[in-house]
Design a protein around this ligand. Structure first.
Ligand code: ZN
Length: 156
């Protein structure tokens, strides 16, 4: 079978994506302790959907995450340093509960993470597997979702 994501490479068994889906079959209330307590319980079916993936697609995904995190961490420092400069504070004293400090660090982290992923995409273009499909396009997952199944275990 070919990899679902690039549709070109042979799938690699250990690199498959597994998604467990749930569907409530019945809900009921149980009475406990001589009628002093009631608890709600749900019964559900589950199905684990296995999506074939090749090793190249798995590595590609992981590299994108690594670039995003690395960019985010760098951005966090830049944002925090800028806030410090604006407030003429030494770096060792970020000041607790400082909104400007927090907001600028988070905004810079998100922007830098985004830029890092764009750089990564540009660098990897040509060598990386072309991603044709995404996880949510997988036919069995679409079928189950259409039938009311969810990816979270149902609560009582
Ligand atoms: Zn692939």
């Amino acid at each position: 079978m070919n990899c679902w994501y690039c549709q070109v490479n042979q799938e690699n068994w250990v690199d498959a994506v597994e998604k467990t889906m749930y569907c409530v079959t019945s809900r009921h209330t149980e009475t406990k302790y001589l009628g002093t307590h009631t608890t709600r319980a749900a019964q559900y079916s589950r199905e684990t959907v296995r999506i074939p993936r090749c090793h190249a697609c798995k590595v590609d995904e992981r590299m994108t995450v690594i670039w995003a995190i690395a960019g985010g961490v760098i951005g966090l420092f830049i944002g925090a340093s800028l806030a410090n400069l604006l407030e003429h504070r030494p770096l060792a004293d970020p000041g607790s509960g400082d909104l400007l400090y927090f907001v600028s660090a988070v905004v810079a982290a998100v922007i830098a993470g985004y830029i890092a992923v764009q750089i990564r995409n540009a660098r990897a273009a040509g060598t990386r597997p072309k991603r044709i499909h995404s996880t949510k396009d997988f036919p069995r997952l679409k079928e189950l979702k259409a039938a009311g199944w969810t990816s979270d275990a149902p609560s009582a």
